[in-house]
Design a protein around this ligand. Structure first.
Ligand SMILES: CCCCCCCCCCCCCCCCCC(=O)SCCNC(=O)CCNC(=O)[C@H](O)C(C)(C)COP(=O)(O)OP(=O)(O)OC[C@H]1O[C@@H](n2cnc3c(N)ncnc32)[C@H](O)[C@@H]1OP(=O)(O)O
Ligand SMILES: Cc1cc2nc3c(=O)[nH]c(=O)nc-3n(C[C@H](O)[C@H](O)[C@H](O)COP(=O)(O)OP(=O)(O)OC[C@H]3O[C@@H](n4cnc5c(N)ncnc54)[C@H](O)[C@@H]3O)c2cc1C
Length: 730
């Protein structure tokens, strides 16, 4: 059943909805995956809406501590219902639909994120992907019923991207059949894990595994970190909250430091490798990177997350644009809806088509992921490198595009879009982090490039490659395409566009009406055209350059092109007889180049005179050999102050017009360098990362320890909400 229409809807919005060329319900079914899925989603939504507590005071008006406690309260209530619903589900497909619905509806309760995000998004998936069957049987029910709450601690203060460089050690002690966890340096402190600061009592820790004196690289361990009854951190580890950040403020991201912390042998997650009781290391995996599996899964998930978050932002911006009226186009006529401005449509429509591009690609990517997983169960890891390259590439591009598009949506809402209550700032803060976490943008694109270059080598050798990259061979036959970075980027755009085009056409090819097909086709075309225009340079099959031509006939081509110019089609231009051509001096850009030169000349002359006076004094005091070169900023300050003061002294006797000109030159010099060097001028950087002494890790830890949540070892919300919930007494 459809949701009931709401009374008192803005007339402009009603008008826009009335103008819709297709049946909205039909499109809703398409997005949900069918009529039944829409009905089920609404059933769950309605149930949650009836039972969930909403905020009385807006989340953003609370203190950091109150925000966290409020987030725990709501998470516990939501997950109580979630656990109940999950227990009724029997089929895998139903479970994934349910999880998706819960994830979507949870956003109605959290402007920020739930402290359970990592438990649901990474802890449970890692149990499924990295544990042996016996370990899954033990840990999964505990995690699914939230009897334990976990997180994923891989990143350290010193390393996030370069996983092989992680420093935390897990050394096997065969006498006690335990691993001993240690953080040997400050930079090895675990940092960032969501939910670690205050909430989690378990944690997946990625550490370098040592046994019998050998290091076998990074491996995941499942580790209890807090007492199940008192919630106090266990002896041998230091754990806390890392401090305020741009978004994720209720995710209680944390740090964790080990000091000879002992864990049982079977804490090692043993799907891909084992350590026997006597300390023998046994490799099970057929592919060395299978321990990176959770990251691939989350990268795949993030494509759909971006579709969802952008869909919210663009819905907000489109609705508001229909309601908002601004400016007077024609005297005495009503102000137009801002939605009617073409420039506004330009901001919004590309975001709408991007949402669909992401969603269709995400559906396809998830299917591909499951196919590769199923093959791997039978020992076939052939498709893993391509899945890694593809998920890396799509994750990087969609997270980057999504935060840029959300920023556009904020611009589209003018000043009101800057209000926290518009939700656009929170959506931006959430999505911009996704460009960094789960693999930084640049780093993931480089992983994709690595795969593509290897594929290219195969193509050149005439070997078969997978269908997804077969176009490389086609390109090679058709034209002299190069393997330059531009070529690689272009190829990946072709992949993304191709997937979207074929998937959207495939998805709308059954059952749907012509009206929906038309709209989807328009959106698809818009997406392709937009990116063709954005990347025109990459799409040009020759370089279109007189200077960079393959045959090097630079001068011939320059002359050929010159002769084609329309100006050369007539021997004397009519402006000869009419208006004179402007002097280049009249161009502002030319003045910019010249005037600063003039100002500098005066500055140097004044400073030279002044410097001459003191030079002898300085050299005799310090000795010429000992004087260091003045740092640039010091020199600049000297030029400015001398120029300023010496000019004042010398101009007083000059005529007023000349004084004015010279004063303007002083101002120009000062303003120019103020703008050029504004980075250096920020004397108080107030930054843990940019301090003069470079003590980055020390300062990050010092700041984290000052953090109010770390003043109490256990937050009161544990006793009030978490403990009764975990123990089933709520
Ligand atoms: C209410 C209901 C709620 C429901 C829940 C729904 C939740 C939804 C949302 C989820 C949100 C989750 C929040 C997550 C928060 C953030 C968590 C994190 O950041 S956690 C932290 C995330 N941290 C990061 O993401 C760290 C990023 N860094 C990395 O991933 C790696 O260090 C690396 C890939 C950059 C390099 O690794 P390195 O070992 O140095 O490798 P080399 O470069 O030397 O290449 C050697 C070879 O390996 C190959 N290969 C590489 N990877 C893979 C792979 N995965 N596979 C296969 N192959 C792979 C590579 O291609 C190459 O092959 P070849 O050419 O030789 O044939
Ligand atoms: C909100 C948030 C939540 C997080 N949650 C978790 C969590 O729950 N668990 C967890 O383990 N981690 C978590 N992280 C950490 C996250 O995974 C890392 O921050 C991320 O992987 C980037 O690594 P880094 O911080 O070491 O960046 P760096 O690698 O230090 O990147 C700094 C710069 O160096 C560049 N760079 C680095 N390497 C290369 C290279 N090889 N080539 C070219 N350029 C390079 C990058 O492009 C970037 O510009 C979280 C981070 C954030 C922001």
């Amino acid at each position: 059943m459809r949701n009931k229409p709401i009374a008192n809807v803005n007339a402009d919005l009603l008008k826009e909805r009335k103008n819709c060329s297709f049946d909205i319900e039909e499109l809703t079914n398409l997005i949900d995956g069918g009529k039944n899925q829409t009905a089920r989603r609404r059933e769950i939504e309605n149930m949650l809406l009836k039972n969930m507590p909403f905020d009385i005071i807006p989340e953003e008006c609370l203190s950091a501590k109150e925000k966290y406690e409020n987030a725990v309260r709501k998470s516990v209530a939501l997950n109580k219902i979630g656990v109940e619903l999950v227990s009724q589900v029997t089929k895998a497909k139903e479970l994934s639909d349910l999880t998706l619905t819960l994830r979507r509806v949870s956003d109605a309760y959290f402007r920020e994120v739930t402290p359970f995000l990592l438990h649901l998004g990474m802890f449970i998936p890692t149990i499924l992907g990295q544990c042996s069957d016996e370990q899954v049987a033990h840990w999964l029910p505990l995690a699914m019923q939230l009897k334990i709450i976990g997180t994923y601690a891989q990143t350290e203060l010193g390393h996030g991207t370069f996983i092989r460089g992680l420093e935390t050690t897990a050394t096997y002690d065969e006498r006690t059949e335990e691993f001993v966890l240690n953080s040997p340096t400050l930079s090895s402190s675990k940092w960032w894990a969501g939910g670690l600061g205050k909430t989690a009592n378990h944690c997946i820790v990625v550490a370098q595994l040592y046994t019998k004196g050998e290091c076998y690289g990074t491996h995941p361990f499942i580790v209890q970190i807090r007492d199940m009854d008192t919630h106090m951190p266990l002896k041998g580890l230091k754990v806390g909250e890392i401090g305020p950040r741009l978004g994720f403020q209720t995710a209680d991201n944390g740090f964790l430091v080990f000091d000879n912390f002992r864990i049982p042998r079977d804490s090692l997650m043993m799907k891909h490798a084992k350590v026997l009781k006597d300390g023998t290391y046994v490799k099970i995996a057929r592919h060395s990177k299978l321990t990176y599996g959770t990251m691939i899964f989350v990268r795949v998930l993030l494509v759909s997350e971006m579709a969802f978050n952008l869909s919210k932002a663009v819905t907000i911006a489109v609705r508001y644009s229909a309601v908002r009226r601004q400016s007077e186009l024609k005297p005495n006529e009503p102000e137009p809806q801002v939605l009617d401005y073409l420039t506004q449509q330009h901001k919004l429509f590309i975001s709408i088509s991007t949402v669909y591009a992401f969603q269709f690609t995400s559906n396809w990517l998830m299917k591909t992921y499951h196919t590769v997983q199923a093959n791997m169960k039978h020992g076939n890891t052939d498709a893993l490198p391509e899945l890694h390259a593809l998920s890396s590439c799509l994750k990087a591009i969609c997270t980057s595009d999504c935060s840029a598009a959300i920023e556009q949506c904020r611009f589209a809402c003018g000043g009101h879009g800057y209000m926290i209550s518009s939700n656009l700032p929170s959506l931006y803060a959430f999505t911009t982090a996704t460009r960094t976490y789960e693999g930084d943008y640049t780093v993931l694109l480089l992983q994709t490039a690595r795969f593509l270059v290897k594929t290219w080598e195969q193509v050149e050798l005439g070997n078969a490659v997978t269908p997804m990259v077969a176009y490389l061979a086609r390109h090679q036959n058709r034209e002299a395409w190069d393997e330059s970075p531009e070529g690689i980027i272009r190829a990946f755009e072709a992949i993304a566009a191709g997937v979207y085009q074929t998937e959207s056409v495939r998805s709308v090819s059954f059952g749907q009406s012509d009206a929906i097909k038309d709209v989807m086709k328009q959106l698809s075309d818009l997406y392709l055209l937009y990116w063709s225009l954005e990347r025109t340079g990459d799409l040009l099959t020759t370089l279109k350059s007189t200077l960079g031509s393959y045959d090097g006939r630079v001068y011939e081509r320059l002359m050929e092109e010159a002769l084609k110019s329309p100006l050369n089609q007539e021997p004397v231009n009519e402006s000869f007889h009419n208006e004179p051509e402007p002097q280049v001096m009249d161009f502002v850009s030319q003045q910019h180049k010249l005037f600063i030169g003039i100002a500098s000349y005066y500055s140097y002359s004044m400073t030279a005179l002044w410097l001459w006076d003191i030079l002898t004094k300085v050299t005799s005091e310090l000795g010429v050999g000992k004087t260091d070169r003045l740092p640039e900023s010091h020199g600049r300050a000297v030029f400015m102050s001398v120029f300023n003061s010496e000019m004042e002294k010398s101009v007083s006797s000059l005529s007023a017009p000349l004084q004015a000109v010279l004063r303007q030159l002083v101002e120009l010099y000062l303003y120019y360098w103020t703008l050029e060097k504004r980075g250096d001028l920020l004397l108080v950087l107030q930054s843990t990362l940019g301090s003069y002494d470079g003590r980055v890790y020390e300062r990050l830890m010092e700041e984290a320890l000052k953090n109010p949540p770390n003043k109490e070892p256990v937050n009161e919300s544990f006793h009030k909400y978490l403990k009764p919930f975990i123990q089933g007494k709520l």
